[in-house]
Every structure is written in C-alpha cells, then in structure tokens.
Design a protein around this ligand. Structure first.
Ligand code: ADP
Ligand code: MG
Length: 448
C-alpha cells in the first residue's frame, strides 16, 4: 500500500495550498488512505460529517489535485470505518497483484517535454524521446541515451513516461534506477525457493509495455543481474515492447558489460546529451525563473548562466540559491553584487568577472555617458555610436546570444544587434579613431 500513501501525501500537500489551515486541520488532517481500486483512491474518514463536508465543499479541489498528479488515479472515494469490509476483498486482491507487479505509474510532474529546453546539445535526444513516447516499441528500440551528470537524462525518461501515460492511462511502464533493478533481482533470488527463483522478478519486468532503466553504468560487476537483464531484454524486444536505457557513457565504452548485452544496447538508436551551450543555459534559467514566478533581469540570468556551464542541476541549484538568498534578505535579485554574494560559496567572485555590465560600464565611463542612455532609446549620434561599440565589444568578448544582448539593450531585436556589430566591425577597419577607442576600452576592461 506504499503507493496509495505516497499519492495521498502528495495530494494533501496540493490540497493544503488551496484551503485555509483551519479547514485543513479540521477535515483533512485525520484522513487515512486505504487503497486504490479501479483507479479510485479510497480514503477513510472517521466521521460521517467529515465525509459529507469534504464531498460537498472540497470535491473539486481534490479532483483538480488528482488531475495534476497525472497518475492512473482519476477519482477518490471517502468511506467511513464501517464500510471498510466492503473493500476488504478488493484490497486482498490488489495486494496479491502488487506482490507480482509493483507497477508504479508515477513520474515527476516537473519532468515533462514541455519543461525541457531544447538546444543543440540535446535536440536529437529530445526528438528521439518524443518519437518513442508517441509510438513506443516501434521506432527506436532500444533507445539508449547517454551523457554526463546533471544534463537531463532522467528528466527525458520521466518525460517519456509522463507523455505515454497522458495518452494511455493504462500503459504499463516501469521506470527504475539500475540500482533498484539490481536490488530487485537480488531480493528475488534471496526470497524464493530454488525452483521459484526469478519467477517474480521475471513477471514484474517482462509484463510491461515500456521498461526504462536509468544509469545502467551501475551494472558494473553485477554479472547475475546482467544475465537476467539480457533475458528480460530479449523477451521485451521480441514482443515489441519499448526499452529505454540511460548511461553516463556510450554503450561501446561500457566495457564491463557482457558483450552480448553491449551489442543489444547498441542495436536501436543511441543518442547523446552533451554540455549545453550558453544560449541553452540562458533559456533554461529563464524558463525555470518564469515557473518560479521570479523576475530576473537579463544581466543576472547571463551572469549565472555564464558561471555554471557543466551541469544543469547545479545551474538550477544556483538559481534556487539566489532566489532563497534574496527572499531572506528581503531584496530583489536585480543586481550583480547581490548575486555574487548569494553565490559566493559556489563561484570565484574575487577573480575579475567579465560581464555585460562590466563592458557597458567601461564603455560608458570612456565616453562619459550615462548607462541609462546607452541602454535606452536615445538617437543622439554620440550615444548611438557608444551603444554600438558596447554591443560590438560584448559580442566580441563574451559570445552571448544576440537575443540576450538585445534584451539587455532595452528589448532590441537581434537584427538591430547584428547591424550594430557589423557596422562597428567595418568602421574599425577604416576609421582609426574608432579602432583606437575599441582598443582603449578593451584595455580598461582588462585592467579592472
Ligand atoms: P541526469 O539524469 O542526466 O543526471 P537530470 O535529468 O536529473 O540529469 O537533470 C538535472 C536537472 O536539470 C533536473 O532538474 C532537470 O529538470 C534539469 N534539466 C536538465 N536538462 C534540462 C533541459 N534541457 N531543460 C530544462 N531542465 C533541464
Ligand atoms: Mg539521472
């Protein structure tokens, strides 16, 4: 019954966000989840009055939360203790079923295709995952996704799960870490009599439409489990059941694997996720900030994206830290000094940090113009040229996406940025003054 408790706990959290503490304590706190039957979560209330009140006043809220969960559960039923025996048969039946197959169709609702930012580092993996989710078992089997830590492998696997379940609530999907798989295998051997060996294990893993194994590198040295996986693989494959595997390396580099397993893994489609470029990191931060309802100016986004380039989990962690820090201090996350303070344990803030701000500041002080004016809309010739030089320098020194530069300069579009950049580039070749100015400002920036 683990599963129904887990679902109920998540539901409770959602419900508590929607109603007052008083009502929550009065009506919800003492409810106990009993079981799930026919996609219905059965909950026990000690008092009939609680049952009636909840059905009358909170049914919609509960159903909304159930929907958000995105599991196979689609309704609930509140009963009183005297009604439990009616469900006892059903509970026994479910327990029996659970013993042979613990299929927990539950995926992290944050890990969807919609929440996944696509860039050059992951677009092939993304497209392959979408194709697999659309037609499991037919196109790419197995789908093998590999890449470094924190780059989105688990996210993509959950997204596949979420998508398949969205289209087919009854789909039987097992997602598990390779460690869980190994432990399950070991348990199955330990707990069964000789002739029963592996039976339970086999039923569980071969009786599915989709099997996803995360972090297959943990199979290193697990010869028995490798053998079991080989047979599982063949069974599923033969019946056109989808297999999705993730790993930190390409199958050919998984030299600890039995050769036959290695070759099975490479027999479908193998895709990699590599380090995200700056543009993708910026887009990820923007998306996550948006969903957290936090407004971060582009120079702050850029600053964080520039610093955390190896691991998206760390990139997100930095964002979380900044938000938390600013809430604590009661300040807005709107300038680089605050961000540096928030992240002082994670980045080297003493080293000179080249940023959009530092380049624009240097340009402004060189031309003795206010920052507001350079970033703003004024069309005075002198200001326009300073602005264009700043844009040129940023492009030259930082390699920031054009759209980012555009939004930093008050929401200009990328064609304006290209125009400014190209114009100064040309001028620098023919106009000595401009060439000198550029050199001087670069010097200033470097010395700061
Ligand atoms: P891995 O399994 O490869 O170690 P995860 O899938 O756990 O990495 O990803 C780490 C974190 O980074 C997760 O919170 C995930 O949502 C986020 N993440 C990774 N790639 C992306 C992406 N392309 N778009 C949005 N978030 C991402
Ligand atoms: Mg992972």
């Amino acid at each position: 019954m683990e599963e129904c408790k887990k679902i109920w706990d998540i539901l409770l959290l959602g419900i508590s966000n929607n109603i007052s503490t008083v009502s929550y304590d009065m009506w919800f706190k003492n409810l106990e989840p009993l079981t799930i039957t026919y996609n219905k979560l059965i909950i026990v209330a000690n008092l009939k009055s609680a049952k009636n009140t909840i059905n009358k006043n909170y049914r919609k809220i509960i159903l909304d939360e159930i929907k958000k969960l995105n599991t196979y559960v689609d309704d609930y039923l509140i009963i009183t203790p005297d009604e439990i025996p009616i469900y006892q048969d059903k509970i026994d039946e479910i327990k029996k079923e659970e013993a042979s197959s613990t299929n927990l169709n539950m995926f992290d609702s944050n890990f969807t295709f919609e929440m996944f930012v696509v860039g050059s580092s992951n677009q092939i993996a993304f497209a392959a995952a979408k194709a697999v989710a659309k037609q499991p078992g037919t196109l790419h089997n197995p789908l093998f996704i590999y890449g470094g830590v924190g780059l989105g492998k688990t996210h993509i696997m959950h997204a596949i799960g979420n998508e398949i379940i969205k289209n087919n609530k009854k789909a039987k999907i097992i997602y598990c870490t390779t460690e869980q798989f190994v432990n399950d295998f070991i348990d199955s051997i330990r707990n069964s009599k000789d002739n029963e060996q592996n039976r339970k294990f086999r039923e569980k893993y071969r009786n599915v439409d989709v099997l996803m194994l995360d972090d297959i590198q943990f199979l290193a040295g697990k010869i028995g489990t490798q053998e079991a996986l080989f047979h599982t693989f063949n069974d599923l494959y033969q019946f056109k059941k989808q297999i999705v595997i993730s790993s930190d390396k390409h199958p050919r580099e998984l030299t600890f694997l039995e050769e036959r397993l290695q070759s099975r893994f490479s027999s479908g489609l193998t895709v990699d996720i590599s380090l995200p470029d700056l543009e993708t990191r910026i887009a990820i931060l923007q998306k996550k900030a948006f969903y957290k309802n936090v407004n971060l100016p582009i120079n702050v986004i850029y600053f964080i994206a520039e610093k955390f380039d190896k691991n998206i989990r760390e990139l997100e962690g930095a964002l979380q830290k900044v938000i938390f820090f600013c809430q604590l201090k009661g300040v807005q996350p709107d300038n680089i000094d605050i961000i540096k303070e928030a992240l002082k344990d994670d980045i080297d803030v003493s080293s000179h940090i080249l940023s959009l701000d530092s380049i624009v500041d240097a340009t402004c002080s060189y031309f003795n113009i206010k920052k507001q004016e350079v970033i703003g809309k004024k069309k005075l010739k002198q200001i326009v040229q300073a602005r264009q030089i700043a844009i040129y320098l940023i492009n030259d020194l930082l390699g920031v996406p054009l759209a980012t530069i555009g939004s930093y300069f008050g929401g200009r579009d990328h064609t304006t940025i290209i125009y400014a950049r190209d114009k100064i580039e040309e001028l620098a070749k023919t106009d000595n003054l401009v060439a000198t100015q550029i050199k001087d400002i670069k010097n200033m920036i470097q010395k700061r």
